[in-house]
Design a protein around this ligand. Structure first.
Ligand SMILES: [Zn+2]
Length: 398
């Protein structure tokens, strides 16, 4: 904890610059109390950890603060100073009595009140959601920033993202999604952009690193994000996903596999139109290749060119799959107003780009050409080659 009161009610905030000598002399003449629970706290001035206050005895308050790591203390102090340098009114460890919450930093920006949470340790998903909802209903804009050390890079441009990591997902005013992270050791923000999930965990991303001193709040809230996808990596990862998925089946996959075999489909002989990168596919937890196959079976497979279907039908099938837990959605508490059907509609728009269908006025889609299912590996490779030559560049832009 970095903020405490003196017995006379004066606030001491270690987020500001203090010299050690002045803190030592302050400690000699003052007693400190926790502004939240009113219990006594020590001022710790060791060389190992950053200067901080520590509760003398128990209580829930102690549990809340005493698990703070050095990274957490250091991170929130740096972010606090970063806001002050931009003349943004900010309060470190602000305690809002009315809602019973204490964001790491509360700040005011462009007429809005923000609750910044810098998260270094995992938090149960339900707590994360509860805190976020509580902020939103009390007119705070939550701004969750994850510690960069949580970002698990697997290969270049491929990261493993847990459900917890996805909770930090934000949307830029440009409609693109990103996950903001911060590293106090390197004093930089690390933004994950253009996130395209491949499997439940793995996603294709772009990394952007910004030094704290060359970056302003406005850029964090509305970063200029890259919107292009490396289609060659996408295609390679898609193939390896299918291989892995088939080599390590789990019981949940059985109903899917059973259904596709009944329709004479085979994971290794899917057409290149299934498994496209799609804006908003981040809203669905089920891998894109799976939900796109469902959409194909539900709406496209049995139709002939010139046949049409409506958005209502799309919605009906989507809801049915969700109800049966064949399609799972992501929990994205900071984006709770978004309808996940947007992902499916985006897929239809991609199919429109490549001439499979056209949108006919309000919410009606007409099939223009049938998606052909390859019957051999050779056919599949030929279709892929042809498809890539024609559409690869077009699909690289989101
Ligand atoms: Zn306390």
């Amino acid at each position: 904890m970095l903020t405490a009161n003196t017995k006379s009610g004066k606030q001491v905030c270690l987020g500001y610059h203090y010299r050690k000598e002045s803190l030592i002399s302050l400690r000699n003449k003052e007693e400190f109390i926790c502004p939240i629970c009113g219990e006594g706290v020590f001022l710790k001035l060791g060389n190992q950890r950053i200067y901080h206050f520590a509760h003398k005895s128990g209580g829930s308050c102690r549990e809340f603060f005493e698990n703070e790591t050095i990274n957490h203390l250091e991170g929130k102090r740096q972010l606090f100073q970063w806001l002050l340098r931009q003349n943004i009114p900010a309060v470190l460890e602000f305690y809002d009595k009315e809602i019973g919450q204490r964001p790491d930093i509360m700040f005011q920006y462009q007429g809005e009140k923000y609750a910044l949470e810098y998260q270094c340790s995992p938090l149960p998903e339900k707590d994360f959601i509860k805190r976020t909802t509580n902020y939103l209903t009390n007119e705070y804009i939550p701004l969750w920033i994850i510690a960069s050390s949580h970002i698990h890079k697997k290969r270049r441009n491929i990261v493993a993202l847990s459900n917890f990591d996805y909770l930090f997902l934000r949307k830029a005013p440009t409609e693109n999604y990103f996950i903001p992270s911060y590293c106090p050791e390197n004093r930089h923000f690390h933004l994950l952009e253009s996130i395209q999930p491949i499997s439940i965990k793995n996603a294709l991303v772009q990394h952007s690193i910004y030094q704290l001193d060359n970056f302003i709040l406005e850029e964090l809230l509305g970063p200029r994000l890259s919107d292009s996808i490396n289609m060659n990596i996408w295609n390679t990862e898609k193939e390896s996903f299918i291989l892995n998925w088939m080599l390590h089946p789990n019981p949940k996959q059985n109903s899917f596999l059973h259904e596709i075999y009944q329709r004479n489909l085979n994971m290794f002989l899917l057409p290149p139109e299934i498994g496209l990168q799609v804006p908003h596919s981040i809203l669905i937890q089920t891998p894109p290749i799976i939900w796109q196959t469902y959409l194909f079976m539900d709406l496209l497979a049995d139709k002939q060119p010139q046949d049409s279907f409506t958005l209502k039908e799309l919605n009906f099938h989507f809801k049915k799959r969700i109800h049966r837990k064949e399609i799972m959605l992501r929990n994205l508490p900071q984006l709770d107003s978004l309808n996940p059907i947007t992902a499916e509609i985006s897929y239809l728009k991609q199919l429109e780009k490549i001439g499979v269908l056209t949108e006919q006025g309000e919410n009606i889609f007409k099939l223009e050409r049938k998606i052909l299912i390859p019957t051999s590996n050779r056919e599949k490779e030929e279709a892929k080659l042809h498809f890539n030559q024609k559409y690869l560049n077009m699909l690289a832009k989101q």
